[in-house]
Design a protein around this ligand. Structure first.
Ligand SMILES: [Zn+2]
Length: 314
C-alpha cells in the first residue's frame, strides 16, 4: 500500500510539472515576440549554419525570441561587443603602418558596377597575399550577406587542397583598415596550414593516415601531419581537449571557437604586432603569439606581408 500511494504521489507531481511547463511554454510561444532577420539569397548554399532558406521569397532568415526590449537590446549589445573585439587595436610596429580609412567603401555606397567593385576589392586583397600562398589561390569570390558577421572564408577547390577559393563578404569592408588586413591574414593562415603539404586529405584516406602515423585529425579536412604549424600549435595548446576556457588565454573572442581559429587569430597578431622576446611572455595569450617565431619560414612570411602592406600605402 505504501508503495502504491508513493507512486501515485510521483505521478501527481509529474502531471502537475508537465501542466506547469506546458502552460509556460504556451505563454512563451504566444506572448514573447518573435524577431527575425532576413536577407536576399537565391540559393540555400548562401545561408549560414542555423539559418533557413525560403525558396519562395528567396531569402535566408533566422528566428529568435526575446522577452523584453531590455533583453533584445542585450543581445544586440553582446553582438556589438563581439564585433568590437574583432577590431583589435594593433601596434603599428616600427611606426610604418598607416592604416587608411574610407579608402574603399561598402558596396551600397560604391560608385560603380558590381564587377568593378569586385575587381577593386581583389586589387586590395591580392597584393597583400604572399607569393607562395598566391600560387594556391585559384579563385576570388565576392558574395553578399548583409547581416552575416562572417567577413571572409577560404575553401579548397579540389580534393588535393592545392587550389583554393578566397571569398569575401562585400557587405563588410568599410575601409582598408586593421580589420580588413587582419581578415586577410587570418585566411592566409588557413590556406597555409591546411594545404596539400600540411595535410593528408580526407579524400586521400586522412583518417587511416592519422590512425597509423599520428597527427591531428580534422573530420572535414583530413589528417594534419605531425610537426606542421597547426599540429604543433594543437600539441602545445589544445591536446587532449585540455584547452582553456578563459578568454584571457586567447587573442580574441573568435579564437575560442576551435584550434584552427585560435591558430589563425594568433598568427594574425604575430604578423601585425611587434615581435616579442621570450622574456616578454606574460600569459598563455603571449605564448600563442610567440609560438610562430620558431618557424623561420613564418618569420619570413611575416616580413613579406608587412612589406606588402607598406607598399600598398605608398
Ligand atoms: Zn577562420
Amino acid at each position: 500500500m505504501v508503495m502504491i500511494s508513493h507512486r501515485l504521489r510521483i505521478f501527481k507531481i509529474t502531471l502537475l510539472a508537465i501542466t506547469l511547463i506546458g502552460s509556460w511554454a504556451a505563454v512563451f510561444y504566444f506572448f514573447v515576440p518573435l524577431n527575425y532577420y532576413e536577407y536576399p539569397a537565391s540559393d540555400e548554399s548562401d545561408c549560414l549554419a542555423g539559418e533557413w532558406h525560403d525558396p519562395w521569397y528567396e531569402v535566408c532568415y533566422m528566428d529568435f525570441r526575446c522577452y523584453s526590449d531590455e533583453i533584445c537590446d542585450g543581445i544586440d549589445q553582446d553582438y556589438q561587443a563581439m564585433l568590437d573585439d574583432w577590431r583589435h587595436v594593433y601596434s603599428d610596429g616600427d611606426g610604418d603602418f598607416a592604416f587608411l580609412n574610407n579608402f574603399m567603401t561598402t558596396f551600397e555606397d560604391y560608385d560603380g558596377s558590381r564587377a568593378q567593385f569586385d575587381a577593386d576589392l581583389w586589387s586590395h586583397v591580392g597584393r597583400i597575399i604572399p607569393d607562395d600562398i598566391l600560387d594556391d589561390v585559384a579563385d576570388f569570390k565576392v558574395y553578399r550577406k548583409p547581416f552575416s558577421q562572417e567577413y571572409a572564408y577560404v575553401e579548397p577547390m579540389n580534393d588535393a587542397y592545392d587550389q583554393w577559393r578566397f571569398a569575401m563578404n562585400a557587405r563588410h569592408p568599410d575601409g582598408i583598415d586593421t580589420e580588413f588586413y587582419s581578415t586577410i591574414i587570418h585566411e592566409i593562415f588557413h590556406i597555409l596550414s591546411l594545404n596539400d603539404n600540411q595535410i593528408v586529405t580526407i579524400w586521400d584516406d586522412g583518417k587511416e593516415f592519422c590512425r597509423r602515423e599520428g597527427g591531428l585529425l580534422l573530420n572535414r579536412e583530413g589528417c594534419v601531419i605531425e610537426g606542421t604549424y597547426l599540429e604543433s600549435f594543437y600539441e602545445q595548446f589544445w591536446e587532449g581537449g585540455n584547452f582553456s576556457d578563459r578568454q584571457a588565454d586567447y587573442v580574441s573572442w573568435y579564437a575560442m571557437e576551435s584550434v584552427e581559429e585560435d591558430a589563425a587569430e594568433s598568427f594574425t597578431h604575430f604578423v601585425l604586432e611587434d615581435l616579442i622576446d621570450s622574456s616578454e611572455i606574460e600569459s598563455v595569450r603571449d605564448e600563442k603569439i610567440y609560438f610562430f617565431r620558431q618557424f623561420s619560414d613564418l618569420v619570413t612570411m611575416r616580413n613579406e606581408i608587412r612589406q606588402n602592406i607598406k607598399e600598398a600605402h605608398q
